[in-house]
Design a protein around this ligand. Sequence first.
Ligand code: 13P
Length: 250
Amino acid sequence: MTMLVVGNWKLHGDWHSNAERLAALHGHGAVVPGVTLAVCVPMPYLQQAQQALQNGAVAWGAQDVSAHATGAYTGEVSAAMLKEFGARFAIVGHSERRQYHGESNETVAAKARAALAGGVVPIVCVGESLQQRQAQQTEAVVLAQLEPVLQALQQDAGRMVLAYEPIWAIGTGQTATAEQAQAVHAVLRARLQQDGASSVPVLYGGSVNPGNASALLAQPDIDGALVGGASLVAEDFLAIVQAAATPTGH
Ligand code: 13P
């Protein structure tokens, strides 16, 4: 299976630093066989990403998408609008949006459906808090997050991307061990399989860096990475891409 490595820039960047980072990726992106590479940039910079990356091997996308196609929804951006700027992906249901913007599992499911309807691949994020992990609720939490998405997408579920991002590993430098991540990925894969969607790429996210990427990506059910902080440094991001190109478990 092709590996997928996606950078999530979050609320970082400006025109000048973006230009440097995009140029570095554009220069290297074409030469990594077996790996699809993408960056999810803040909305205003989609066109900058499009201009810098077009006709290359690096795809781009957004970090959110509206659940609505059109209408009186101030501040929202539809999938069709993203598509006009060449976006291939939209992250949906990141824990930071669930936490700070009150997005429910049902909202996330509606956004995933709207993304696909508009021709954009949703990267649906699931993940448990530290408290939930300590209470042995990890499996129940991620499955409860996934369920409404599968129901909303029905036979299109196979067209999404799923990302497991344990909240306690995001931005903390405390990554899940390869074994911890693989265990959750296997649960997610089994659930996807029930709906005939076992080929959905399941990415791991949470403090992925050049030092830990190989071990994580070598796991049989880890099909790529969703990278936050390390995606802001082109050489670190490209080192992770390189690790994805030579996994041992796939
Ligand atoms: P970090 O890689 O900075 O931990 O962020 C992970 C993440 O949230 C990617 O979506």
